[in-house]
Design a protein around this ligand. Structure first.
Ligand code: TRP
Length: 349
């Protein structure tokens, strides 16, 4: 039995942090057993709002790959691949742009929210407005049927499925399959400042490569309950970042509930709660940081992992592109020498 195909990815704009760990990396480790998993280093998508800084996008390809490997993604069971080196994704994106309207792109809640957050007006990069079509290309090119994304990204999957239905209708055959979003139970972790979501660029994240001093400093600086002034005062759990993180990372649920009760009641200081969180984060991050340092000594090997995965992904995505072109009945010169093209013409697909 073939395992279901799962695709996720990360824009290569910065090293990953504990929010990524809680929200997606931990799940990706589990999917290695149950799914045929592809991880996309989304450097092309990263450029859609970082065109002014291609150097950042390039540098972080290896950083994100290091994070994957350091947390335990096994390149023999998960294909790690580089988006910009998969030409079929770009070709499918161009095709899909004809199956979606500007009005629909502008109405996509994910895009709307991001346009608002970044203060874009008519000066929005066209690539950014259109990235939902490119993400539809990613998903369908891999024939992914399961796509785990944060809840803010689920409109992208809806839009993907609209494109799929439109193409299938024009083709007259179900050449593409619809995909299903999986939203992690745990919502996004807030930043240590408690204000926004933890973000690579916001200066409010704890990266997976954080030193033990940096972890300590981050926990000390963490936002708690501003009205909890004295130890004997009753404290609030809601909106208290230390407890939000404990909810995400503390395995001892009974003990944690007990701790919350004592905090609410009064008599428990922020220092004690922070010490507990710090222990947990130090224990979580130390082995990841050490593995990352070890892997960093041989970047050539990391690049080899990306290269091998990208080769594998190339064949897979190229095949889908050929199938879509064929299903739509576009003109095809008998030029195709690629393996995907051959297997299609020989009826192996
Ligand atoms: N949009 C995703 C993010 O910002 C990255 C991404 C690119 C992705 N292509 C994808 C996620 C395909 C899932 C499937 O994190």
């Amino acid at each position: 039995m073939n395992k279901p195909v799962i695709l996720t990815g990360d824009r290569t704009t910065g090293p990953l942090h504990i929010g990524h760990y809680a929200g997606s990396l931990a799940n990706r480790l589990r999917y290695q057993d149950t799914h045929d998993q592809f991880l996309l280093l989304a450097d092309s998508q990263a450029l859609t709002d970082n065109a002014h800084d291609p150097d950042k996008v390039r540098r972080n390809v290896v950083e994100v790959a290091l994070d994957y490997l350091a947390v335990g993604i096994d390149p023999n069971r998960t294909t790690i691949c580089l988006q910009s080196h998969l030409p079929a994704l770009a070709e499918l994106s161009m095709l899909y742009l004809n199956f979606v309207t500007v009005a629909r792109l502008e109405r996509n809640p994910t895009i709307k929210e991001e346009i608002h957050a970044r203060g874009f007006g008519r000066d929005i990069p066209a690539g950014f407005l259109c990235y939902p079509a490119a993400q539809a290309a990613d998903i369908t090119a891999f024939k992914a049927t399961v796509v785990p994304v944060g809840d803010d990204q689920s409109p992208l999957i809806e839009q993907t499925n609209e494109i799929v239905r439109r193409i299938n209708a024009v083709a007259g055959v179900p050449v593409l399959a619809e995909a299903r979003a999986i939203i992690p139970e745990l919502g996004r972790l807030p930043g240590i400042d408690g204000k926004a979501k933890m973000s690579k660029s916001g200066g409010n994240a704890i990266p997976l490569s954080a030193s033990s001093d940096a972890i300590r400093a981050a926990v000390r600086a963490m936002f708690t309950d501003p009205n909890h002034l004295r130890i004997e005062d009753s404290g609030q759990i809601e909106g208290n970042v230390v407890f939000t993180y404990l909810d995400a990372f503390d395995q001892d649920r009974d003990d944690l509930e007990d701790l919350k009760a004592r905090y609410r009641h009064g008599g428990l200081g922020d220092g004690a709660v922070k010490a507990r969180l710090e222990d947990i984060l130090q224990a979580l991050i130390a082995p990841i940081r050490e593995e990352r340092e070890y892997l960093s000594k041989d970047i050539g090997q990391v690049i080899e992992v990306i290269r091998t995965g990208t080769e594998r992904a190339r064949e897979r995505t190229e095949l889908t592109k050929c199938q879509v072109v064929q299903a739509l009945g576009l003109f095809q010169l008998p030029l195709t020498r690629t393996k995907a093209g051959r297997s299609l013409s020989e009826g192996l697909a």
